[in-house]
Design a protein around this ligand. Structure first.
Ligand code: NCD
Length: 341
Protein backbone atom coordinates (compact mmCIF):
# COMPACT_ATOMS: atom_id res chain seq x y z
CA UNK A 1 0.00 0.00 0.00
CA UNK A 2 1.42 3.35 -0.99
CA UNK A 3 -1.27 5.38 0.71
CA UNK A 4 0.20 8.08 2.96
CA UNK A 5 3.83 7.40 2.00
CA UNK A 6 6.46 9.85 0.76
CA UNK A 7 8.45 9.43 -2.46
CA UNK A 8 11.94 10.90 -2.13
CA UNK A 9 14.08 8.57 -4.22
CA UNK A 10 13.45 5.51 -6.43
CA UNK A 11 14.51 3.08 -3.67
CA UNK A 12 11.38 4.08 -1.71
CA UNK A 13 9.36 1.84 -4.04
CA UNK A 14 9.73 -1.92 -4.27
CA UNK A 15 9.81 -3.63 -7.66
CA UNK A 16 6.31 -4.92 -6.97
CA UNK A 17 5.05 -1.42 -6.13
CA UNK A 18 6.62 -0.12 -9.32
CA UNK A 19 4.89 -2.86 -11.31
CA UNK A 20 1.57 -1.98 -9.72
CA UNK A 21 2.02 1.69 -10.62
CA UNK A 22 2.87 0.81 -14.21
CA UNK A 23 -0.15 -1.44 -14.58
CA UNK A 24 -2.41 1.23 -13.06
CA UNK A 25 -0.91 3.78 -15.50
CA UNK A 26 -1.61 1.37 -18.37
CA UNK A 27 -5.23 1.00 -17.21
CA UNK A 28 -5.60 4.78 -17.07
CA UNK A 29 -4.14 5.11 -20.57
CA UNK A 30 -6.69 2.56 -21.80
CA UNK A 31 -9.69 4.28 -20.27
CA UNK A 32 -8.90 7.78 -18.87
CA UNK A 33 -12.59 8.61 -18.52
CA UNK A 34 -13.03 5.92 -15.90
CA UNK A 35 -10.56 7.73 -13.62
CA UNK A 36 -11.66 11.28 -14.31
CA UNK A 37 -13.28 11.82 -10.89
CA UNK A 38 -11.38 9.50 -8.57
CA UNK A 39 -9.57 12.33 -6.76
CA UNK A 40 -12.53 14.69 -6.57
CA UNK A 41 -12.23 16.88 -3.47
CA UNK A 42 -8.49 16.24 -3.09
CA UNK A 43 -5.90 19.00 -3.37
CA UNK A 44 -2.35 18.77 -4.69
CA UNK A 45 0.17 21.49 -3.82
CA UNK A 46 3.05 22.02 -6.22
CA UNK A 47 5.86 23.93 -4.51
CA UNK A 48 8.54 24.76 -7.05
CA UNK A 49 11.57 26.64 -5.71
CA UNK A 50 13.31 25.97 -9.06
CA UNK A 51 12.09 26.40 -12.67
CA UNK A 52 10.10 23.65 -14.37
CA UNK A 53 7.80 23.19 -17.32
CA UNK A 54 7.09 19.49 -17.63
CA UNK A 55 7.28 18.26 -14.08
CA UNK A 56 5.03 20.89 -12.53
CA UNK A 57 2.52 21.01 -15.35
CA UNK A 58 2.53 17.25 -15.61
CA UNK A 59 1.67 16.93 -11.90
CA UNK A 60 -1.04 19.54 -12.23
CA UNK A 61 -2.46 18.02 -15.41
CA UNK A 62 -2.43 14.61 -13.74
CA UNK A 63 -4.37 15.87 -10.70
CA UNK A 64 -6.87 17.83 -12.81
CA UNK A 65 -7.49 14.78 -15.01
CA UNK A 66 -8.30 12.80 -11.87
CA UNK A 67 -10.90 15.38 -10.87
CA UNK A 68 -8.78 16.93 -8.08
CA UNK A 69 -7.54 20.51 -7.69
CA UNK A 70 -4.11 22.14 -7.52
CA UNK A 71 -2.53 25.11 -5.80
CA UNK A 72 1.05 26.21 -5.35
CA UNK A 73 3.80 28.42 -6.68
CA UNK A 74 6.15 28.13 -9.63
CA UNK A 75 9.05 30.13 -8.25
CA UNK A 76 10.32 31.01 -4.78
CA UNK A 77 9.83 34.76 -5.36
CA UNK A 78 6.10 34.12 -5.43
CA UNK A 79 6.20 32.58 -1.93
CA UNK A 80 7.20 33.67 1.57
CA UNK A 81 10.59 32.01 0.98
CA UNK A 82 11.49 35.42 -0.49
CA UNK A 83 10.70 36.97 2.93
CA UNK A 84 13.02 34.51 4.61
CA UNK A 85 10.51 31.85 5.66
CA UNK A 86 12.10 28.48 6.36
CA UNK A 87 11.27 25.44 4.26
CA UNK A 88 9.99 23.77 7.43
CA UNK A 89 7.40 26.51 8.02
CA UNK A 90 6.33 26.59 4.37
CA UNK A 91 5.75 22.83 4.41
CA UNK A 92 3.93 22.93 7.77
CA UNK A 93 1.63 25.60 6.38
CA UNK A 94 0.95 24.00 3.01
CA UNK A 95 0.22 20.62 4.54
CA UNK A 96 -2.74 22.30 6.31
CA UNK A 97 -4.20 23.15 2.88
CA UNK A 98 -3.33 20.17 0.70
CA UNK A 99 -3.64 16.39 0.70
CA UNK A 100 -0.38 15.88 -1.19
CA UNK A 101 2.74 17.97 -1.87
CA UNK A 102 5.04 17.79 -4.89
CA UNK A 103 8.11 19.92 -4.30
CA UNK A 104 11.25 20.90 -6.19
CA UNK A 105 14.15 22.65 -4.52
CA UNK A 106 17.74 23.43 -5.58
CA UNK A 107 19.14 21.94 -2.35
CA UNK A 108 19.95 18.25 -2.13
CA UNK A 109 17.96 16.68 0.67
CA UNK A 110 15.26 19.40 0.74
CA UNK A 111 12.40 17.00 0.01
CA UNK A 112 13.57 14.60 2.69
CA UNK A 113 13.65 17.53 5.13
CA UNK A 114 10.13 18.41 3.97
CA UNK A 115 8.86 14.98 5.07
CA UNK A 116 9.77 15.82 8.67
CA UNK A 117 7.36 18.75 8.73
CA UNK A 118 4.59 17.57 6.45
CA UNK A 119 1.32 16.06 7.60
CA UNK A 120 0.69 14.76 4.09
CA UNK A 121 2.75 12.73 1.58
CA UNK A 122 5.64 14.59 -0.04
CA UNK A 123 6.83 13.78 -3.55
CA UNK A 124 10.34 14.87 -4.48
CA UNK A 125 10.04 16.60 -7.85
CA UNK A 126 13.82 17.17 -7.94
CA UNK A 127 16.28 18.10 -5.16
CA UNK A 128 19.36 19.79 -6.59
CA UNK A 129 21.67 17.37 -8.36
CA UNK A 130 20.44 14.47 -6.24
CA UNK A 131 17.23 12.66 -7.25
CA UNK A 132 14.11 12.99 -9.38
CA UNK A 133 12.05 9.84 -8.78
CA UNK A 134 8.96 10.77 -10.80
CA UNK A 135 11.12 11.36 -13.88
CA UNK A 136 12.37 7.83 -13.28
CA UNK A 137 8.80 6.50 -13.13
CA UNK A 138 8.28 8.29 -16.45
CA UNK A 139 11.45 6.80 -17.93
CA UNK A 140 10.68 3.26 -16.74
CA UNK A 141 7.10 3.33 -17.99
CA UNK A 142 8.32 4.63 -21.37
CA UNK A 143 10.96 1.90 -21.61
CA UNK A 144 8.52 -0.80 -20.53
CA UNK A 145 5.90 0.39 -23.01
CA UNK A 146 8.31 0.66 -25.95
CA UNK A 147 10.68 -2.23 -25.25
CA UNK A 148 8.19 -4.50 -23.46
CA UNK A 149 10.63 -4.95 -20.56
CA UNK A 150 12.90 -3.06 -18.16
CA UNK A 151 15.53 -5.79 -17.83
CA UNK A 152 18.26 -7.20 -20.07
CA UNK A 153 18.90 -3.84 -21.74
CA UNK A 154 22.02 -1.87 -22.62
CA UNK A 155 21.48 1.73 -21.55
CA UNK A 156 23.71 4.58 -22.63
CA UNK A 157 23.64 7.56 -20.27
CA UNK A 158 25.05 10.53 -22.13
CA UNK A 159 25.95 14.10 -21.15
CA UNK A 160 26.02 15.59 -17.68
CA UNK A 161 26.16 12.50 -15.50
CA UNK A 162 27.59 14.45 -12.59
CA UNK A 163 24.83 16.97 -11.91
CA UNK A 164 21.95 15.29 -13.77
CA UNK A 165 19.58 14.08 -11.07
CA UNK A 166 17.45 12.19 -13.60
CA UNK A 167 20.50 10.08 -14.44
CA UNK A 168 21.19 9.30 -10.78
CA UNK A 169 17.62 8.19 -10.16
CA UNK A 170 17.39 6.19 -13.39
CA UNK A 171 20.70 4.41 -12.76
CA UNK A 172 19.59 3.52 -9.26
CA UNK A 173 16.27 2.18 -10.48
CA UNK A 174 17.50 0.24 -13.54
CA UNK A 175 20.34 -1.38 -11.57
CA UNK A 176 17.65 -3.27 -9.62
CA UNK A 177 16.38 -5.11 -12.71
CA UNK A 178 18.35 -8.16 -13.88
CA UNK A 179 20.63 -8.11 -16.89
CA UNK A 180 20.87 -4.36 -17.46
CA UNK A 181 24.19 -2.94 -18.63
CA UNK A 182 25.23 0.71 -18.46
CA UNK A 183 27.47 2.63 -20.83
CA UNK A 184 28.37 6.01 -19.37
CA UNK A 185 29.21 8.60 -22.00
CA UNK A 186 30.55 11.86 -20.59
CA UNK A 187 33.56 14.17 -20.50
CA UNK A 188 35.90 13.51 -17.52
CA UNK A 189 34.53 16.58 -15.70
CA UNK A 190 30.95 15.30 -15.83
CA UNK A 191 31.35 11.66 -14.87
CA UNK A 192 28.75 9.92 -12.73
CA UNK A 193 29.37 10.52 -8.98
CA UNK A 194 31.47 7.92 -7.18
CA UNK A 195 28.62 7.08 -4.80
CA UNK A 196 26.51 5.76 -7.69
CA UNK A 197 29.35 3.45 -8.69
CA UNK A 198 30.25 2.31 -5.19
CA UNK A 199 26.78 2.16 -3.62
CA UNK A 200 24.62 1.26 -6.62
CA UNK A 201 26.54 -0.41 -9.45
CA UNK A 202 29.08 -2.40 -7.44
CA UNK A 203 26.72 -3.91 -4.82
CA UNK A 204 24.14 -4.86 -7.45
CA UNK A 205 26.85 -6.40 -9.66
CA UNK A 206 25.63 -4.59 -12.80
CA UNK A 207 28.06 -4.23 -15.62
CA UNK A 208 29.11 -0.69 -16.56
CA UNK A 209 31.65 0.87 -18.87
CA UNK A 210 32.73 4.40 -19.53
CA UNK A 211 33.45 6.01 -22.90
CA UNK A 212 34.14 9.53 -24.08
CA UNK A 213 32.69 9.46 -27.61
CA UNK A 214 29.03 8.83 -28.38
CA UNK A 215 29.96 7.37 -31.79
CA UNK A 216 31.92 4.60 -30.05
CA UNK A 217 28.94 3.42 -28.02
CA UNK A 218 25.77 4.19 -29.92
CA UNK A 219 25.78 1.02 -32.04
CA UNK A 220 25.55 -1.22 -28.93
CA UNK A 221 22.67 0.52 -27.22
CA UNK A 222 19.02 -0.42 -26.69
CA UNK A 223 18.32 2.87 -24.91
CA UNK A 224 20.15 6.16 -25.34
CA UNK A 225 19.36 8.57 -22.50
CA UNK A 226 20.54 12.04 -23.54
CA UNK A 227 20.82 14.83 -20.96
CA UNK A 228 21.39 18.56 -20.87
CA UNK A 229 24.53 20.00 -19.28
CA UNK A 230 23.12 21.45 -16.04
CA UNK A 231 24.15 25.08 -16.36
CA UNK A 232 22.58 26.12 -13.05
CA UNK A 233 24.80 23.74 -11.05
CA UNK A 234 28.13 25.00 -12.41
CA UNK A 235 30.35 27.17 -10.28
CA UNK A 236 31.76 29.07 -13.22
CA UNK A 237 30.41 30.11 -16.59
CA UNK A 238 33.61 29.24 -18.52
CA UNK A 239 33.41 25.58 -17.56
CA UNK A 240 29.80 25.46 -18.66
CA UNK A 241 30.56 27.11 -22.00
CA UNK A 242 33.44 24.69 -22.58
CA UNK A 243 31.35 21.60 -21.80
CA UNK A 244 27.84 22.46 -22.95
CA UNK A 245 28.12 21.07 -26.46
CA UNK A 246 30.12 17.96 -25.58
CA UNK A 247 27.53 15.72 -27.26
CA UNK A 248 25.12 16.51 -30.04
CA UNK A 249 22.97 13.69 -31.35
CA UNK A 250 22.20 14.24 -35.03
CA UNK A 251 21.07 12.19 -38.05
CA UNK A 252 24.66 11.19 -38.86
CA UNK A 253 25.12 9.59 -35.46
CA UNK A 254 21.67 7.99 -35.62
CA UNK A 255 22.90 6.11 -38.72
CA UNK A 256 25.35 4.25 -36.50
CA UNK A 257 22.59 3.09 -34.13
CA UNK A 258 20.42 -0.02 -34.13
CA UNK A 259 17.00 0.23 -35.84
CA UNK A 260 15.52 -0.65 -32.43
CA UNK A 261 17.29 2.07 -30.47
CA UNK A 262 15.03 4.11 -28.23
CA UNK A 263 16.20 7.69 -27.65
CA UNK A 264 15.02 9.28 -24.41
CA UNK A 265 15.63 12.70 -22.87
CA UNK A 266 14.02 14.07 -19.69
CA UNK A 267 13.85 17.48 -21.43
CA UNK A 268 14.34 20.42 -21.63
CA UNK A 269 16.89 19.94 -24.41
CA UNK A 270 19.25 22.70 -25.33
CA UNK A 271 21.63 21.60 -28.09
CA UNK A 272 22.19 17.96 -27.31
CA UNK A 273 19.64 16.57 -29.78
CA UNK A 274 19.40 18.22 -33.18
CA UNK A 275 15.75 18.91 -34.16
CA UNK A 276 16.25 16.75 -37.28
CA UNK A 277 16.24 13.69 -34.99
CA UNK A 278 12.69 14.43 -33.81
CA UNK A 279 11.10 12.83 -36.87
CA UNK A 280 13.15 9.63 -36.48
CA UNK A 281 10.80 6.88 -35.22
CA UNK A 282 13.46 5.97 -32.63
CA UNK A 283 13.10 9.38 -30.96
CA UNK A 284 10.77 8.74 -28.01
CA UNK A 285 11.28 11.86 -25.88
CA UNK A 286 7.92 13.46 -26.61
CA UNK A 287 6.07 10.18 -26.06
CA UNK A 288 7.99 10.08 -22.77
CA UNK A 289 6.29 13.37 -21.77
CA UNK A 290 2.86 11.77 -22.19
CA UNK A 291 3.82 8.68 -20.20
CA UNK A 292 5.01 11.05 -17.47
CA UNK A 293 1.56 12.46 -16.97
CA UNK A 294 -0.09 9.03 -16.82
CA UNK A 295 2.39 7.59 -14.37
CA UNK A 296 1.94 10.66 -12.15
CA UNK A 297 -1.82 10.05 -12.26
CA UNK A 298 -1.17 6.52 -11.03
CA UNK A 299 1.20 7.77 -8.32
CA UNK A 300 -1.20 10.45 -7.06
CA UNK A 301 -4.00 7.89 -6.87
CA UNK A 302 -1.80 5.45 -4.98
CA UNK A 303 -0.43 7.98 -2.45
CA UNK A 304 -3.92 9.30 -1.76
CA UNK A 305 -5.33 5.78 -1.49
CA UNK A 306 -7.70 6.34 -4.41
CA UNK A 307 -6.34 3.30 -6.24
CA UNK A 308 -8.14 0.75 -4.09
CA UNK A 309 -11.69 1.03 -5.33
CA UNK A 310 -13.80 3.87 -3.96
CA UNK A 311 -16.31 1.60 -2.31
CA UNK A 312 -13.60 0.32 -0.01
CA UNK A 313 -12.34 3.84 0.56
CA UNK A 314 -15.82 5.07 1.53
CA UNK A 315 -16.27 2.11 3.86
CA UNK A 316 -13.04 3.01 5.67
CA UNK A 317 -14.09 6.62 6.06
CA UNK A 318 -17.42 5.61 7.59
CA UNK A 319 -15.69 3.35 10.07
CA UNK A 320 -13.21 6.08 11.03
CA UNK A 321 -16.05 8.57 11.55
CA UNK A 322 -17.68 6.26 14.11
CA UNK A 323 -14.55 6.01 16.27
CA UNK A 324 -12.65 9.29 15.87
CA UNK A 325 -12.98 12.26 18.24
CA UNK A 326 -12.13 14.50 15.35
CA UNK A 327 -14.47 13.88 12.42
CA UNK A 328 -13.02 11.79 9.60
CA UNK A 329 -13.96 14.59 7.25
CA UNK A 330 -11.65 17.06 9.04
CA UNK A 331 -8.50 18.19 7.21
CA UNK A 332 -5.76 15.61 7.37
CA UNK A 333 -3.44 18.04 9.18
CA UNK A 334 -5.89 18.13 12.09
CA UNK A 335 -6.67 14.44 12.08
CA UNK A 336 -3.02 13.40 12.34
CA UNK A 337 -2.13 16.12 14.81
CA UNK A 338 -3.81 14.37 17.72
CA UNK A 339 -1.27 13.35 20.36
CA UNK A 340 1.63 14.92 18.50
CA UNK A 341 3.48 18.04 19.67
C1 NCD B 1 14.99 17.47 -15.64
C2 NCD B 1 15.23 18.02 -14.26
O1 NCD B 1 14.60 18.99 -13.84
O2 NCD B 1 16.06 17.45 -13.58
N1 NCD B 1 13.82 17.97 -16.24
C3 NCD B 1 12.63 17.37 -15.96
O3 NCD B 1 12.19 17.33 -14.83
N2 NCD B 1 11.98 16.78 -16.96
C4 NCD B 1 16.17 17.54 -16.52
C5 NCD B 1 16.86 18.86 -16.73
O4 NCD B 1 16.46 19.89 -16.21
O5 NCD B 1 17.84 18.84 -17.45
Amino acid sequence: MLKGRHLIEPGNLSIEELDNLFSLAARIIDDPQRYSQVCRGKVLATLFFEPSTRTRLSFEAAMLRLGGSCLGFAEPNASSASKGESLADTIRTVSCYADLIAMRNPKEGAALLGTRYSEVPVINAGDGGHHHPTQTLTDLLTIKSIKGKISGLTIGLCGDLKFGRTVHSLAKAMARYPGNRFVMISPPELEIPDYIVSRVFKPSGVSYTQVRRLEEAIGDLDILYMTRVQKERFFNEQDYVRLKDSYILDSQKMKLASPDLCVLHPLPRVNEIAPEVDSDPRAAYFRQVTYGMYVRMALIMALLGCDTEFVEELGLRKQAAQTAEIPAGAPVSLRRKRGSK
